[in-house]
Ligand binder design. Structure first.
Ligand code: THU
Length: 133
């Protein structure tokens, strides 16, 4: 799916963000090679550590429907912050296993835009190869 279209999907998803504590809204959209799109939002919790980030929600949704890194071709992450929301450390670790290294990741806050990928966001990765030896 085209970059601009996937970003639009992520902005639509962001309307569903559940962020009563931070009031910081994040939306994400994963596109698949067959054209399907999965949305994700940040879902917060009174026990703050139980919060799920938008990009993890979206990628988990795609995996839950049987898609895998070979059938995922893009991820958009958008926020309503002053700066673009670059994925947190936990999300980077998750994305490093669940996306291909060069799958495009589009970041936007409606003002600034950055295109990146997980190889760039997380150098020197700890991977399944380290564990499954
Ligand atoms: N958050 C995301 O959903 N994705 C990011 O990339 C950064 C942070 C959420 C988690 C929490 O609900 C809120 O933003 C503030 O940290």
């Amino acid at each position: 799916m085209k970059r601009e279209d996937l970003l639009k999907e992520a902005f639509r998803a962001m309307e569903n963000s559940y962020a009563p504590y931070s009031n910081y809204h994040v939306g994400a959209a994963v596109s698949c090679t067959d054209g399907r799109v999965f949305w994700g939002v940040n879902v917060e919790n009174a026990s703050f550590g139980a919060t799920n980030c938008a990009e993890r929600s979206a990628v988990f949704a795609a995996y839950s429907c049987g898609y895998r890194k070979d059938t995922i071709d893009g991820l958009a992450i958008v926020s309503d912050g002053e700066r673009i929301a670059a994925p947190c450390g936990i999300c980077r670790q998750v994305l490093s296993e669940l996306l291909k290294q060069d799958t495009p990741i589009y970041l936007s806050n409606g003002k600034d835009e950055v295109d990146t990928n997980i190889a760039e966001l997380l150098p020197m990765q700890f991977t399944e190869e380290d564990v499954l030896r």
